[in-house]
Design a protein. Sequence first.
Length: 498
Amino acid sequence: MTQFQAPAQKKLKNISLYINGKFVDAEGKETFENLSPFTNEKINVVASGDSSDIDKAVAAAKKAFQGEWGQLKLDERLNYVYKIGDLIEAHSEEIAMLESYDTGLPISQTRKMIARSAKNFRFYADMVKSHLYGEAYQVDDEFINYSVRKPVGVAGLITPWNAPFMLETWKIAPALATGNTVVLKPAEWSPLSANRIAEVIDKAGLPDGVFNVVHGYGETAGAALVKHPDVPLISFTGETTTGSEIMKNGADALKRFSMELGGKSPIIIFDDADMERALDACTWGVFSFNGERCTANSRVYLHEDIADKFIEQLKQRVDNIRVGDPMEPNTQVGPLVHRDHYDNVKGYIELAEKEGCEVYSGHVPEAFNKGNYVAPTLLLNADNRMRVVQEEIFGPVIAVMTFKDEDEVIELANDVRYGLAGYVWTKDIKRGHRVAQAIDAGMLWVNSQNVRDLRTPFGGSKHSGIGREGGFYAFEFYTETQIIHVSVKDHHIPQFGK
Ligand code: NAD
């Protein structure tokens, strides 16, 4: 028992919806249970909203947008955004514990995510202050044309369970900073920190209706938000198939979409790479966040000259990774978020064996057999034609393959429907750039693991997404550009019928 287990033993209060500045039950009084990934026992009960709750939340958000929030001075609005960041920081340890308790993500990792969440608010408040501007064009001596950026209205935000608090704040911060109001539909399996963000925003004193949370199922609450005529934009992070369903459902209303979807990202390790650093990056990149990471390097391509040695070292890492209690500071891999997801990941490991892989797994201590633990796993002798190489497993599982030369590995790396991220390891600087640019993916790292710079575009190509988040790219999504053409001279006007 460590000090970090304390919140796990407390009974957490049940979770309500947050609509128009008040914590309320779902109108239909429906609820669902929230389960611990560590024991599979009930943590608490969550209000399950549906279309009538979405209607109320959207009406409140629309009223706030047209009223008090829309009329605030920029500094007043941004002060609220900074304040949310400050409050998250002030409660960061407690939020990190809630997040680990709810999702099974190790506390050492959720602490970093919560620190990043506070940064999201400060970063976007700073960005709006200094970089949200229009353009101006002088046209001879006849016109001055200029653009202004306006908030769009009620932003519908739909988020997954894998890094819930960080991903929610990554959307809420730019939406609010640019002047929109928000209805958030968080994932069913990770409601605790979404409830906490509502409490934080409530404490920050934002006007009623500016921020709303409707918990509930994707097919009911989520779908109602997507179809709602007063919600002009939907920012979605989740599975590719869900993204495509959402786009169909929003098509009639011509919604604006940002789609951050699944991945099956390659890490390519050439024979001249710094092996120790590549090994660190490769293991961290797939086993951190319990492997439930959209940008995970879930396919490794090893140059054939270094493959045997690298695989031996990978096996040692897998043997030594500390699988344990997510509340324990030394734990590196915790339980998966939900039993259904555990079954899914285990199913893929069984499939790998049927498809011809040699499966090499680490160890889950007996004491944790009530939890959704999957040991870190290598799928050796994998092949691009296998489903376990083509499909996103979203757990601590990496497919291991070899290659002979650069052309071959580029072809193999690109031979999946996803295009979120990729990683290239080589000491040859020209080859590093060349291969990175040849990979069909939104984000590449050369000689590095996934290190984020909030100013740079985040997002995927192919089936991994549409649009980008981060830096200026968020402005493209969360604001409407309007162009004003002003005649400053009596320019020529055609005289029809004169
Ligand atoms: P999911 O698609 O099952 O669910 C995501 C959200 O969509 C949930 O809130 C869910 O309730 C909601 N939803 C489901 N059906 C809906 C519908 N018909 N209409 C509206 N909303 C609906 O995804 P998940 O299992 O929660 O998350 C894991 C997935 O997210 C993985 O594929 C992962 O790669 C992806 N992901 C992508 C990124 C990225 O930035 N590209 C980041 C994190 C996670």
